[in-house]
Design a protein around this ligand. Structure first.
Ligand code: HPA
Length: 282
């Protein structure tokens, strides 16, 4: 193995043992919270709170709207691990750095991962506040976290991506939404762009023509690594704004965060119901 790969592996292993020392009983399910969706973490019956900066080898969040803490506790009765705060390509991190926490989750034995993000709607039928259950994605970052030497124990060299998001989990999320009577829940394709500049009207038109329903600057690297590591993944995008190339409106970060806050109760209910169903299934 190259020295870069073995030092990355050491970093991941060290971070995982640090967390395991604090919390020997790691839950099976993890949630990664996106922009404006941190309110959910306040609903946890907290057992452990670990600042990212205390975990050896963890990158630092440079984005104000992201907290940077790993939380373990009960959400709606089910033990979960929550990553509140993520790392982005636009912050200057490589996709391997962005996904280090996901590799750590893999080593900790997490088997199901719920990834949430705020996204811009490209599908004209969406409204701000729509929750999109991700069915598929487009990786437009121009980088893949699996590039470079492959660590065979972590996953195969050429992982199959015919079902990046488990259809059974998509169905379970839609059933959970029905059960909770959550309105404005749809399914669709998410495209990840590098950012940090937001899309122009021409880019918006093109992304839509490529088949995307929503656009954002995160999540896809994490999903690639989670799937490589055999986790099952549910992706949820909160549509904070809808971008119409023929009537383009400025996209404002404060509005994205505010929409996240407004939708957080609906999203939280859905996630709690989903986690309970997942736990019952075993
Ligand atoms: N574009 C990219 N990322 C986003 C958007 C958007 O319109 N809204 C929230 N995150």
């Amino acid at each position: 193995m190259s020295s870069a790969a073995s030092s990355y592996r050491d970093k991941v292993e060290r971070a995982a043992s640090y967390i395991k020392n604090i919390c020997p009983e790691i839950p099976c399910t993890a949630i990664q919270l996106g922009t404006g969706l941190n309110d959910l973490s306040s609903k946890l019956e907290l057992e452990h709170e670990i600042a990212y900066e205390d975990i050896p080898g963890f990158p630092r969040t440079t984005v104000e709207s992201h907290q940077g803490v790993l939380l373990i506790g009960r959400l709606g009765g089910c033990r979960t691990l929550t990553l509140s705060g993520r790392f982005h390509f636009y912050e200057g991190y490589s996709t391997q750095e962005i996904t280090l926490p996901i590799r750590v989750l893999q080593l900790l034995g997490i088997s199901s991962l719920i990834i949430t993000n705020a996204a811009g709607g490209l599908n004209p039928l969406f409204l701000p506040g729509t929750i999109m259950v991700i069915r598929d994605h487009l990786n437009f970052l121009g980088e893949n976290p699996l590039r470079g030497p492959n660590i065979e124990e972590w996953g195969p060299r050429f992982p199959d991506f015919s079902e990046p998001y488990g259809p059974d989990l998509v169905k379970m999320a839609l059933d959970s939404a029905d059960h909770c009577q959550t309105d404005r829940v749809v399914t669709g394709t998410y495209v990840c762009i590098p950012g940090p500049s937001l899309e122009t009207p021409a880019e918006t038109r093109w992304l839509r023509q490529c088949g995307a329903d929503a656009v954002g600057m995160s999540s896809v690297p994490e999903v690639i690594v989670a799937r490589h590591g055999s986790m099952q993944v549910l992706g949820l995008s909160l549509i904070s704004n809808v971008n119409d190339p023929d009537n383009f409106q400025p996209i404002v970060l404060e509005d994205i965060i505010a929409e996240g806050r407004r939708a957080s109760a609906r999203l939280e209910k859905l996630i709690v119901e989903f986690i309970n169903r997942l736990n019952d299934r075993g």
